[in-house]
Design a protein around this ligand. Structure first.
Ligand code: BEZ
Ligand code: FE
Length: 311
């Protein structure tokens, strides 16, 4: 048997995994091992540091519940979600509106609302605003009947599901009309801190980072024959537009709140216009999915996978 040393161990692991029948799994795991080993060599990782890393990942796993996905939060704060989203955008057959983070607060169960409805249960004076725009293909042809899901925080910077026992709030699902238009009332979004009461928050604080996201409204748009778009609009004047803790904001998704936009279908309120272009669906789109999901759906699918393994 050959001697295993820090110089030969990587090849030994790669050889042992070389017969993995699934070619994509073989490729991904081989690259993961090469890069993990290179990382350990580069920093000369000590046993106590690696145990600390394992304890951290254990704490991240223990924090996960149907309501909270700490691993997605870790991926977000390391810029990995934004990187994977960017790579995913490059595989679209056409360049549409860019992707932004889905985040942990999306919920599949959200009320279907008529055009023009207010998504907030209560609206403080002076906070109401209109969000409107058009969903088109990449050449500007309107997409009628597209589903536009919207979710955001309230004025306290919290999502409905972060409030104990709160009812569904600040979210809704709209449908575009014949000229691809969508229209809703909401409240002005606020910048907020990501949840920092768990291990990811401890890491962010240890790195002297502020933990803030710039004010934004999330959008998830789907229409038959088009690639699903997960994105968000960001308020241009937010002080954290350029240093979002999860790297989701960018100039091309930045918007202004217009005090008196004469093109807005609802007058007398400040408004945001956000048009979105969808790429046609490519053959691989459905299988590649998106980064992040309703945390309840992630927990459900891992429970299903575990029960399939047991059976
Ligand atoms: C959000 O925008 O909802 C979000 C995204 C990533 C991490 C935490 C929150
Ligand atoms: Fe958000």
């Amino acid at each position: 048997m050959r001697e295993l040393t820090p110089e030969t161990i990587t090849d030994a692991v790669l050889e042992q995994m070389a017969a993995t029948p699934d070619p994509r799994m073989r490729e991904v795991m081989a690259a993961a091992v090469r890069h993990l080993h290179a990382f350990a060599r580069e920093v000369n990782l000590t046993p106590s540091e690696w145990l600390k890393g394992i304890a951290f990942m254990t704490a991240v796993g223990k924090m996960c519940t149907p309501e909270r996905q700490e691993f997605v939060l870790l991926s977000d704060t390391l810029g990995l979600s934004a990187l994977v989203n960017g790579l995913h955008d490059k595989t679209a057959i056409e360049e549409g509106t860019h992707t932004s983070l889905l985040g942990p607060f999306y919920r599949e169960a959200s009320p279907k609302l008529a055009a023009g409805s207010q998504i907030a249960r209560t609206v403080k004076p002076g906070s109401e605003c209109v969000l409107y725009g058009r969903v088109t293909d990449t050449s500007g042809i309107p997409i009628a009947g597209a589903t536009v899901s919207v979710w955001q925080t309230g004025a306290d910077g919290l999502y409905d599901i972060q409030e104990d026992g709160a009812a569904t709030d600040y979210r809704g699902v709209f449908t575009t009309d014949a000229d691809g238009s969508y229209l809703l009332r909401t409240v002005k979004p606020m910048g907020y801190s990501i949840p920092i009461d768990g291990p990811v928050g401890e890491l962010v604080k240890a790195q002297a980072r502020h933990g803030m996201r710039p004010a934004h409204i999330h959008l998830l748009v789907g229409a038959p024959g088009y690639r699903e778009l997960v994105t968000a609009l960001y308020l241009r004047d937010d002080p954290h537009l350029a240093d979002d803790v999860v790297f989701g904001s960018s100039d091309d998704l930045a918007v202004d709140i217009h005090p008196n936009d004469l093109n807005c279908p609802i007058t007398g309120l400040p408004s945001i216009r956000f048009d979105m272009r969808l790429s046609r669906e490519g053959a691989a789109d459905a299988a590649n999915g998106r980064v992040g999901a309703d945390p309840a759906a992630i927990v459900k699918s891992s429970a299903q996978a575990a029960s399939q393994q047991r059976a």
